[in-house]
Design a protein around this ligand. Structure first.
Ligand code: SF4
Length: 342
């Protein structure tokens, strides 16, 4: 396949969308968030957006996604205009003004089967496929989603997978790296490799009676160093709320139900129920809500502080790179207070 063919068959996505539709259309999904945050010149992608007029005080993810489209060149982008980001519509217009074909997708609110069927049909029509073919792809992807569930279980139950390892595999399931077959092989290899490991909760250097078990809430971090940082302090993230949702962990009837069961685009009440249920199941000691500077989702704490059962710390970050000193210090105090009371 020539580079030109690769570019034209690639479809950028601004967040999790029904990826089965993209595969059913014979196209290759590219999660622009993952492309941005793993890009060797991530800061340069933000600079590119600023040079094109994005204000300094807008979310770095939005600027990075824009920069990733300019740099990596997908000519088509599916953007979620309801259920993800308040800046998505302007982002899509900015991309359209550069000649990119944009396809809007909405997670219906309130969630309803009828509305979801309508949205799914629209997306299928735009990409030249059908809901029936997308449903076939849903079944095709089920074994890969099962493997993701196994990696996640090995993180929280067997304690053999680090927070970063679990996060990267779950968050990558938004586009399966563009190639579900290869993704599946990599997951199988990873599971084999981790089986022989010593449990991480028995590692040396934990300064408390035992490891502090944390849950990570909110959008994926622009500073993935947060996962290793808490492990240096005697804790570990054993629950990744939104990334786990990307992997569609529950057994459902069909593709319509799958994207209605996905909690992130809908209510904070349903997200809180999911978080409380998993907190209990995984024996979490505390929750860290990651928020991105200039993001409307920072307001979620208004509900979370009342609805969640475990102790909650909110950490805000802005740009890619190292976790800032203020965030490290807040995490340290939070973990210490929990750890000393175990
Ligand atoms: S962090 Fe918030 S503002 Fe930024 S892209 Fe995500 S939802 Fe949008």
């Amino acid at each position: 396949m020539s580079p030109m063919e690769t570019t034209t068959s690639r479809v950028g996505i601004t967040t999790t969308v029904p990826v089965e539709v993209i595969f059913a259309a014979g196209l290759e999904p590219l999660d622009l968030n993952n492309a941005f945050v793993s890009h060797p010149a991530g800061g340069g992608l933000i600079e590119r957006a600023i040079a094109d007029g994005f204000p300094q005080n807008t979310c770095a993810w939005l600027k990075g996604i824009y920069g990733a489209v300019v740099e990596l060149g997908p000519r088509r982008v599916i953007g979620v205009v309801r259920g993800d980001c308040s800046g998505a519509v302007v982002l899509l217009e900015a991309l359209e003004a550069r000649g990119v074909e944009v396809i809007p997708f909405s997670f219906p609110f309130p969630p309803s089967r009828e509305e979801m069927e309508r949205e799914m049909n629209k997306l299928c029509l735009a990409l030249g496929t059908t809901v029936e073919d997308a449903e076939m792809w849903r079944r095709e992807l089920l074994p890969v989603r099962e493997l993701l569930g196994e990696v996640d279980r090995m993180c929280w139950q067997e304690n053999k997978v680090t927070g970063l390892e679990d996060h990267l595999r779950l968050v990558g399931s938004s586009d399966f790296g563009g190639d579900p077959g290869r993704y599946r092989e990599e997951l199988e290899g990873f599971i084999e490799e981790t089986k022989g490991r010593e449990p991480l909760d028995e590692r040396e250097g934990i300064p408390f009676a035992r490891e502090v078990r944390l849950g990570y809430l909110g959008v994926p971090p622009i500073t993935p160093g947060i996962f290793s940082q808490v492990e240096r302090l005697g804790a570990r993230f054993v629950f990744h709320e939104v990334a786990r949702q990307f992997s569609m962990p529950n057994h459902v009837r069909d593709i319509i139900e799958q994207y209605l069961d996905y909690t992130y685009p809908y209510t904070l009440r349903a997200r809180s129920e999911d978080i409380n249920r998993e907190s209990e199941k995984r024996g979490l000691d505390g929750l860290v809500h990651y928020v991105q500077s200039f993001c409307h989702r920072n307001m979620e704490d208004v509900v979370f502080t009342r609805a969640l059962g475990a102790p909650l710390l909110t950490v805000e970050c802005d740009c890619p790179g190292e976790l800032g000193a203020a965030a490290v210090s807040r995490l340290e105090s939070f973990i210490q207070v929990i750890g000393e009371n175990l």
